[in-house]
Design a protein around this ligand. Structure first.
Ligand code: M6R
Length: 426
């Protein structure tokens, strides 16, 4: 629980963005504290009735950041903010990345815990850390980790990925790991939130306040942070040399302008709208991707279902034959993430399999990919980047696709039914 300190008014909320239109001063309550909140004052006590002095945090977000700035919905605004958010996340983390490093040592295994979209970021983080730093990684839904009696001790680094820093399951998973001696690292967007106060170290994402329930810019900035972390660790462990690290870093630096280039192409936005108009009455959708883009299939499906209430599933494309292929018919959209990659030819043969069953294929491709264009009913073209970084670019058209479908259906995009921005209860 967090208390917003206003002028002649105070607020009680689950997280900061809820009261950001009114104040950016926040007082975070810890467990076993009681607050008396009045119009002019706030007093905090422990359970014995002793008064406690609490710090008021100035959240470095402006009140105007909590406005729609001419966009129809916060979600659309936040999708378009991604180039800025990613660039800020790179520059905001340069001090440890290029300079002093992070204070986490002596671990030989990483466990990532998170929920929802942040979990999908964790799945991609596993590719980054295992490939670039050669440290084994497990990724768990926080709600499973906390009850599955994980094998965790002081040789493990547990990374909790959470936009809000207040997700109950993620906090519980982190606390469990800590109680077993693990070191903990939070990747978090909200300064002063519970995750950042309890973790040994925090890497901040500089997404700015994310108001829409559907997470967009928090996700791409989490991927940016995870990539930086993996590069830093790879360099520290001498898996990468200085030149390799610098080359990867340079490619990361180009990602914001690549996303900007895509978002600024009116033709491409119109194209996504046109595809959304074609499919907004669908009852189901299947998303497929491979390797580092398999979690993007999961994320595309999650975005669609949470704001448009259309049933959607994400699968690794290679798993198609083991079940989902039975779903393919003449009406269901099958969305492929088919940008350049080492397994691209395998994705192409998966597309051919769908086509052979008269499925309706939409593919996210790199520019001028005539081969996949010919096979697909619709394509969305995104700029090319390194395969590792492609999820950060590829997710953007899928966010837009979900957004336009929900908007065509007339739903309240920013506040989907039954969902809360921060899930602070189990
Ligand atoms: O604040 P967190 O990152 O811990 O939130 C985790 C999930 O609740 C969140 O990502 C949720 O899945 C979003 N609604 C997805 O868009």
């Amino acid at each position: 629980m967090v208390i917003g300190i206003g002028e002649g008014e105070n607020f009680i909320a689950s997280d900061v963005p809820a009261f950001l239109p009114y104040t950016n001063k926040a007082l975070f309550l810890d467990d076993f504290e009681i607050a008396i909140v009045e119009r002019e004052k706030v007093k905090v006590f422990d359970f014995e009735g002793n008064k406690k002095e609490k710090k008021v945090h100035m959240i470095p977000w402006s009140i105007t950041q909590a406005e729609k700035a001419g966009f129809k919905h916060f979600m659309l605004k936040e999708i378009f903010e991604q180039p800025r958010a990613i660039a800020d996340t790179i520059s905001g983390n340069l001090s440890w990345f290029k300079g002093d490093g992070l204070e986490i040592e002596n671990f030989n295994k990483v466990q990532i815990v998170a929920c929802g979209t942040s979990y999908h970021a964790g799945l991609i983080g596993k590719f980054y850390i295992e490939n670039l730093a050669k440290v084994p990684v497990e990724v768990d839904y926080a709600s499973e980790y906390r009850y599955r009696e994980p094998i965790v001790d002081n040789s493990v680094l547990v990374i909790a990925i959470t936009q809000s820093g207040e997700t109950a399951d993620t906090l519980a998973a982190m606390r469990l790991a800590k109680s077993k001696g693990a070191k903990t690292l939070a990747i978090c967007n909200v300064i002063g939130s519970t995750a950042t106060r309890e973790a040994d170290t925090t890497i901040y994402t500089y997404a700015g306040p994310e108001i829409s329930v559907a997470s967009t810019k928090a996700f791409t900035t989490q991927l940016t942070s995870l990539f930086l972390f993996a590069l830093w660790l790879g360099r520290k462990r001498k898996v990468l040399n200085e030149i390799e690290t610098e080359e990867y870093f340079k490619e990361l630096m180009k990602v914001p302008s690549k996303i900007e280039e895509f978002l600024n192409r009116e033709k491409e936005e119109e194209n996504v709208k046109k595809i959304s108009l074609e499919f907004y009455k669908s009852s189901d959708a299947l998303y497929l991707g491979r390797n580092v883009n398999y979690p993007i299939a999961l994320e595309g499906a999650l975005k669609l279902k949470e704001i448009s209430y259309i049933h959607a599933e994400g699968y690794p494309a290679g798993e198609m034959k083991h079940g989902p292929i039975a779903l393919i018919d003449e009406s269901m959209p099958v969305i492929f993430v088919a940008t350049e990659s080492k397994l691209k030819e395998k994705v192409v043969s998966n597309i051919e399999e769908v086509k052979a069953r008269k499925g309706r294929v939409i593919s996210v491709i790199n520019e001028e990919d005539e081969e996949v264009k010919k096979l697909s009913e619709f394509t969305i073209e995104v700029p090319k980047t390194l395969e590792f970084l492609s999820p950060i670019v590829n997710v953007v058209p899928l966010q837009l696709f979900a957004y336009y479908i929900a908007d065509f259906l007339g739903y309240d995009v920013d506040r989907p039914r039954n969902l809360a921005k921060s899930v602070t209860v189990e």
